[in-house]
Ligand binder design. Structure first.
Ligand code: ADP
Ligand code: MG
Length: 148
């Protein structure tokens, strides 16, 4: 899939959010600046998160509340392990978040915690093209893309 600009990336996240039934796990793979956090911003908007999403780089994780269409409380948890040499305690935090039935988990730079992530997830591989568009390939074990 070709994503021409930032607003198309946000639109992709938004429309995927509409397909979701928590729990849901996204693994975002791609270099710095390919649009992983931008995608997450769209996902949050589509879920109904009211706060703006910013990169969790320095805090490693950020949590955002939203209401599911059924009226229960959901939680978006956004991880970025880029600056973390040793996941240590963050592994426990991630495992706990993954066990929550109403969670939507997004992981950037998840190589060191890949063993914790479930088989049922949507992996996005993002890459940057010379014209500033992005190419995304999907590995969709969770079948989130089926109705897109
Ligand atoms: P990452 O989290 O992968 O490091 P970010 O989402 O933080 O990347 O940053 C991507 C940057 O690239 C943003 O400043 C965004 O505005 C810009 N951008 C330009 N073109 C695109 C595009 N086609 N898709 C996504 N982001 C884009
Ligand atoms: Mg990022």
């Amino acid at each position: 899939m070709q994503i021409a600009n930032e607003s198309e990336m946000i639109a992709l996240g938004r429309s995927l959010a509409k397909q979701l039934n928590p729990p849901a796990v996204f693994e975002l793979i791609g270099d710095v600046g390919t649009g992983k956090t931008t995608f997450t911003r769209g996902l949050a908007e589509g879920l109904g998160v009211s706060e703006p999403v910013t990169s969790p780089s320095f805090t490693i994780s950020k949590r955002y509340d939203f209401q599911t269409p059924g009226g229960t409380n959901g939680e978006l948890v956004h991880y970025d392990f880029y600056r973390l040499d040793d996941p240590g305690l963050m592994r426990d935090e991630l495992a706990e978040a993954l066990s929550q039935p109403n969670s939507v988990i997004v992981v950037e730079w998840g190589g060191d915690v890949a063993d914790l992530l479930p088989e049922t997830k949507l992996q996005l591989n993002l890459s940057l093209n010379p014209d500033d568009s992005r190419t995304i390939s999907f590995n969709d074990n969770a079948k989130f893309m089926e109705n897109l």
